[in-house]
Design a protein around this ligand. Structure first.
Ligand SMILES: Nc1nc2c(c(=O)[nH]1)N[C@H]1C(S)=C(S)[C@@H](COP(=O)(O)O)O[C@H]1N2
Ligand SMILES: [Mo]
Length: 252
């Protein structure tokens, strides 16, 4: 089936959700195309699922809005984080020279990168908006390695469906699907507003996913795991966020 026919079919399937008789059909279409997010079992009755399915079909390749340098927020707002542990403080004292990002799971060549090694990848800078679900937001310039470049280096396998990312910060972890993982604006960010990424904003490494809400942008990342099955992680909902009542998919 070519891409256009597929899109039309999915759109038609999702459109039928409006009528109760179409619910089963729409759910079948969404399931078939992997459009049910991991924290939801069914399509009907859950706003997030419809949002996820509709955005995946309609805006798969669209870019988050980028802003002009004059629009950068001054100062940006850092959401407070819990106090850092001893291990973090030790790494910080060494200017994060010993910080590692491990990449494992469904990859041909599992690897572990220092910040310096990550910086050998092509870098991208973009001025985007970060919005917290609690209502505040700011605009900043983010610099980092597109996640897709790192996935190329390690050779993500064809049946990969999600990238799970873990932080040194307590229980923070999350995941995105391959559409977001391979999206050109999804960065392993190490810089902000022309400097190293400050610790309050997630330095030395943070996942920057500008098409999703703030909480998907996990700070202090140390490990990425490529997988085809989110059930294996935590409570099986794809992220620590749904375990606390937030949606796994937070597209904006
Ligand atoms: N490790 C970690 N990442 C995190 C958080 C956190 O507490 N710990 N808070 C999240 C939430 S809820 C939001 S809105 C953004 C806030 O980003 P900011 O501090 O750059 O404003 O970071 C997200 N990433
Ligand atoms: Mo948030």
């Amino acid at each position: 089936m070519n891409d256009l026919t597929r899109r039309k079919l999915i759109q038609a399937g999702i459109a039928t959700v409006a009528g109760v008789s179409g619910v089963a059909a729409a759910e079948g279409v969404a399931k078939h195309h992997g459009l049910i997010p991991p924290d939801q079992g069914v399509l009907y009755g859950t706003g997030e699922t419809l949002t996820y399915a509709a955005q995946r079909v309609l805006t798969n390749h669209s870019l988050a809005r980028e802003f002009a340098p004059s629009q950068i927020s001054n100062p940006p707002f850092a959401n407070p984080v819990a106090p850092m542990g001893e291990e973090f403080k030790r790494l910080q004292a060494g200017s994060f020279a010993d910080w590692r990002l491990t990449v494992d799971g469904l990859v041909a060549r599992p690897a572990s990168f220092s910040i310096a090694e990550l910086k050998k990848h092509p870098s991208r800078s973009q001025i985007t908006h970060l919005a917290c679900e609690e209502g505040w937001s700011y605009i900043a310039q983010w610099t980092g390695v597109p996640l897709s470049c790192v996935l190329d280096t390690v050779g993500a396998l064809p049946h990969a469906r999600y990238v799970v990312y873990f932080s040194t910060d307590r229980e923070w972890w999350d995941s995105i699907d391959m559409a977001d993982a391979l999206h050109p604006q999804t960065l392993i960010a190490h810089g902000m507003n022309g400097s190293e990424l400050p610790v309050e904003f997630g330095g030395p490494l943070r996942l920057r996913v500008p098409r999703q809400l703030g909480y998907k942008n996990v700070k202090y990342i140390t490990r990425l795991t490529v997988t085809d099955d989110l059930k294996k992680f935590g409570q099986g909902l794809g992220s620590s966020a749904p375990e606390a009542g937030y949606a796994w998919y937070a597209g904006i």
